[in-house]
Design a protein around this ligand. Structure first.
Ligand code: NAD
Length: 301
């Protein structure tokens, strides 16, 4: 199947490569020249625009930073027509970015008007999961469209959940990321406390991992450099999930909480802490660098 893959960043990179490994004809596009060059070197056919990548594609997958990028690309901006205008009726459009559920519903409605089948299919599992093809997909849309998309999703992921109608995948994703954002702060706080009291972070991490505090951050995403060989922390907080992306997701969670009159006190506090961390210049670093905020504060007290 010919697949257009738009957005070859930290996540899109591994996902596009896995689709190609599964035997699909992948044509990629990214606004960044560096990303285009890197993926051409990795053997992915690169187009010179999103429109050319999507030409004649049976499926189009987008993996972009935020709502405004997805909306701008697909629906258009500054009086420029969006990509939807150039897609054939019957095409399958899968957006795996984490965006507002309302934006996903807007794009789905515009796609449906052109006979294009849309799914919101955000993911969890990090860049390691994207590279290994073990992502979790949280899908919103019709069962029939999901059935059509399954072979593609299975080439990139291990667990595929149907969360409900269009937008439901995004809602599930922000609930998960609100939990992850708070979990990373809690884990960082506990590790910083142990380190400040003279404990070896490797030893403390292993104790908590095997105890009642055990969680995903301690398993595969330790925030202390050097504790895990393949963590973003050990790579100087690069190549993972950016602080600004976590900040965006916690903002989406807060908006959903306000709309539904839900109480999310820890999510709101977590958003403020990542915002302070971003303002201090760490927006593009991996979100696990939030431990530095806690350690810097501890040093000042
Ligand atoms: P990223 O910033 O590394 O990659 C996004 C890419 O999109 C960039 O290369 C950028 O140049 C490109 N882009 C932006 N606008 C474009 C456009 N109009 N046309 C073509 N390319 C465009 O981000 P990422 O870490 O890959 O995350 C992508 C999405 O996945 C985000 O919504 C993020 O919240 C979500 N996500 C990320 C992770 C993670 O661990 N990094 C995990 C789960 C979900």
């Amino acid at each position: 199947m010919k697949i257009a893959f738009i957005g070859l960043g930290n996540m899109g990179s591994g996902m596009a490569l896995n689709l190609q490994r599964a035997g699909h004809e992948v044509v990629g596009f990214d606004l960044s020249e560096a990303a285009r060059q890197l993926h051409a070197e990795r053997g992915i056919r690169i187009a010179d625009s999103a429109q050319n990548a999507a030409q004649g594609a049976a499926a189009i997958i987008t993996m972009l930073p935020a709502s405004q990028h997805v909306e701008g690309l697909l629906l258009g901006h500054d009086r420029q027509a969006g990509l939807l205008e150039h897609l054939n009726a019957g095409a399958l459009l899968i957006d795996s970015s984490t965006i507002a559920a309302a934006t996903a519903r807007r794009v789905a409605a515009a796609a449906a008007a052109k006979g294009i089948h849309f799914l919101d299919a955000p993911v969890s599992g990090g860049t390691a999961g994207a590279a290994a093809g073990t992502l979790t997909f949280m899908v919103g849309g019709s069962s029939a469209t999901l059935e059509r998309a399954l072979p593609l999703l299975e080439a990139m992921g291990k667990n595929i959940f149907h969360a409900g109608d269009v937008g439901a995948g995004q809602t599930a994703k922000i609930c998960n990321n609100m939990l992850l954002g708070t979990l990373m702060i809690g884990t960082s706080e506990a590790l910083a406390l142990g380190i400040a009291n003279g404990l070896d972070p490797k030893v403390l991490s292993e104790i908590m991992r095997r105890s009642s505090g055990g969680n995903w951050a301690l398993e595969v995403y330790n925030p202390v450099p050097g504790v895990q060989e393949n963590s973003a922390a050990t790579r100087d907080y690069t190549g993972g999930f950016g602080t600004d992306l976590m900040l965006k997701d916690l903002g989406l969670a807060l908006e959903s909480a306000i709309a539904a009159r839900a109480s999310t006190p820890l999510g709101a506090l977590a958003r403020s802490l990542y915002a302070a961390h971003s303002l201090a210049g760490h927006g593009t670093q991996d979100f696990s660098s939030i431990i530095q905020l806690l350690q810097e504060n501890a040093g000042q007290v």
